[in-house]
Design a binder for this molecule. Structure first.
Ligand code: CP3
Length: 361
């Protein structure tokens, strides 16, 4: 599974100078932009009637694999919400489909993997994939979107972090306790480390290939890694995430995000990333101090605050801005994705509020 085996289907995209100098990229590099940039995880999703309309005609996987539609949805979210960055419409589980594990999104239930990893022999049987071929549609989506976006709007590419991806492969879907993942980790440590290595290899190719296609930044989603103790993170995850970040670093900024990670933040920073994504369970000021100001931070409004009153929303935005203390390197975001029942007007109001709170300083 060496990089030389990969046949990238297109040449490297033209650099987009304005996007690479945007306020979002400046904040990733801890430079001081004119104001705090804001974008939202799951900014293109079911909370938008226009998205639901498209989804009534095509399945989620079809939408991801149709680069023209994926481009349309990505740009639509930026146009409607007036945010400072786009994130390519795709999913962290697409490499699982490419690996032939049988990925399906079941209506109302979330993802289901038909051929999960349960035995050491399942790990050994995982074949290398040609990322350029099996995920070429993501390359095409990025290429199209980088051209379709306003020149000053950067495009974020992404992938699941090794632990979170492994957890889906082993659990066969989502989980509350991650019992199958952890028991595999504890009882088959060698197979676990091999699985993580295989995921790192594919993800490094996949992320580099997204940069080749025109991504201006990368985000690594370790959404479920907060289920681990710090020692287990250090033993079973850190070396692999670190290897992956090293393999993709130096080209564009890397955001390293997880949830439930209050006790893991320093270790996550050790694994790498220019920006550390924070969920709402931490106080941003304390977390940043703990991480060190040589990291930028992204976050961290509780997505459910968008379901409350505008007064409460304004209070919470003001609190977060105060915690960030106008330090260079804060990107405003939610602590996790926009929930499907959120009103689009409330999301627009959040974007305006972040902008105005800056103007008032
Ligand atoms: O706007 C964006 O943020 C870009 C697109 C994006 C999606 N998924 C689209 C999506 C991104 C960045 C993701 C990442 C993702 N996918 C994560 C990490 C972030 C997180 O939420 O923790 C995870 C864990 C997944 C896996 C996944 N994909 C699940 C668990 C589900 C089903 C549950 C759900 O939230 O719907 C999906 C499906 C999915 N991915 C949808 C969207 C818009 C909904 C699909 C639909 O229309 O039914």
């Amino acid at each position: 599974m060496s990089e030389s085996q990969t046949t990238y289907i297109r040449p490297t995209a033209q650099p987009r100078r304005e996007a690479s100098e945007s306020r979002f990229i400046q904040a990733c590099k801890r430079q001081k932009p004119d104001r705090t940039p804001i974008w939202l995880m799951r900014q293109a999703g079911r909370f938008m009637p226009e998205f639901r309309d498209i989804r009534s005609r095509v399945s989620f996987l079809e939408l991801c694999k149709n680069s023209e539609l994926a481009c349309e949805v990505t740009v639509m979210a930026v146009d409607m919400l007036d945010v400072d960055a786009a994130i390519i419409f795709a999913d962290i589980l697409l490499p699982i489909d490419a690996l032939g594990l049988g990925l399906e999104y079941v209506k109302g239930e979330g993802p289901l993997i038909h051929n999960p990893i349960r035995l050491a022999t399942d790990v050994a049987a995982l074949k290398p994939i040609d990322v350029g071929q099996s995920l070429g549609y993501v390359y095409k989506s990025i290429e199209l979107t980088a051209r379709a976006l306003p020149k000053h709007i950067p495009l974020i590419g992404f992938a699941g972090a090794p632990f979170t991806l492994a957890s889906y492969m082993i659990e066969a879907g989502g989980s509350k306790t991650f019992d199958k993942t952890k028991s595999f980790m504890y009882s088959e440590p060698e197979a676990w480390h091999l699985l993580m290595k295989k995921i790192v290899d594919i993800s490094a190719q996949y992320l580099n290939f997204q940069v080749d296609a025109g991504a201006d930044a990368l985000q690594l989603f370790d959404s479920w890694v907060g289920c681990l103790s710090p020692t287990d993170y250090e033993r079973f995850v850190l070396p692999h995430t670190k290897a992956l970040i090293e393999l993709v670093s130096g080209r564009v900024p890397v955001i390293h995000f997880g949830t439930g990670t209050a006790t893991l933040l320093k270790l996550m920073a050790q694994a790498g990333g220019d920006v550390i994504g924070l969920d709402w369970r931490v106080n941003l000021a304390e977390a940043w101090l703990n991480l060190g100001f040589d990291k930028a931070v992204q976050g961290n409004l509780d997505p459910t605050v968008l379901l409350g009153t505008r007064e409460e929303l304004k209070l919470q935005v003001a609190r977060i801005m105060k915690e960030a203390a106008s330090r260079p390197g804060h990107i405003f975001n939610l602590g996790h994705g926009v929930l499907p029942m959120t009103s689009p007007d409330q999301v627009k109001f959040l974007v305006e509020t972040v902008r105005n709170s800056e103007a008032a300083q």
